[in-house]
Design a binder for this molecule. Structure first.
Ligand code: UDP
Ligand code: MG
Length: 153
């Protein structure tokens, strides 16, 4: 199984609604390894790049305004095939439509306020991690639960 890294942004509503710990806890208890974390105030340039696929949408300016209300907490998580696994934990884009048990399904009602961003593909994860983290801000370390988490006989 391929070891992957994915980018998470805890969005301004996660901070304002005191859900940062709850969000991080969901990734922790799944067994994902935190390899980078920091608080970042997003610039227009970063948002234009990060949400380039939405630049022609009517909600684009509102989305940028929402993302700039407070700093966000950016994290890089690592795990075997973790990009898709993290998207499952995150849930569908619109909070009201997201499955119960997902972060968005449990904590969000709408868009753009849907608590978290998570990379959606190997290619995008690489690009997004590079956008927000320098190499020396990402850590390699052994985690003692890995033998049990990825047990193979
Ligand atoms: N968004 C929005 N209105 C929409 C669709 C998306 O405000 O109709 C916001 C929402 O915050 C979402 C972000 O734009 O998380 C990025 O959209 P994308 O389609 O990439 O969804 P995601 O990958 O976050 O599920
Ligand atoms: Mg997306």
């Amino acid at each position: 199984m391929d070891k992957e890294r994915t980018l998470i942004l805890c969005k301004p509503d996660a901070l304002q609604r005191n859900l940062l710990g709850a969000v991080i806890s969901r990734f922790e208890r799944k067994g994902l390894k935190l390899v980078g974390i920091k608080m970042v105030g997003l610039s227009d340039t970063e948002l234009d790049e990060h949400y380039a696929h939405l630049k022609d949408k009517p909600f684009f300016e509102g989305l940028k305004k929402y993302m700039k209300q407070t700093p966000v907490v950016a994290m890089v998580l690592e795990g075997e095939e973790c990009i898709d696994a993290v998207r499952l934990i995150t849930g569908a884009t619109k909070g009201a439509e997201a499955d119960a048990g997902t972060i968005r399904g449990d904590f969000a009602m709408a868009t753009p306020g849907n608590i978290v961003h998570a990379s959606d593909s190997v290619e995008n994860a690489k690009e997004e991690i590079y956008r927000f983290f320098n190499d020396d801000e990402l850590y390699d370390y052994a985690k003692i639960d890995e033998t049990f988490l990825y047990w193979k006989d």
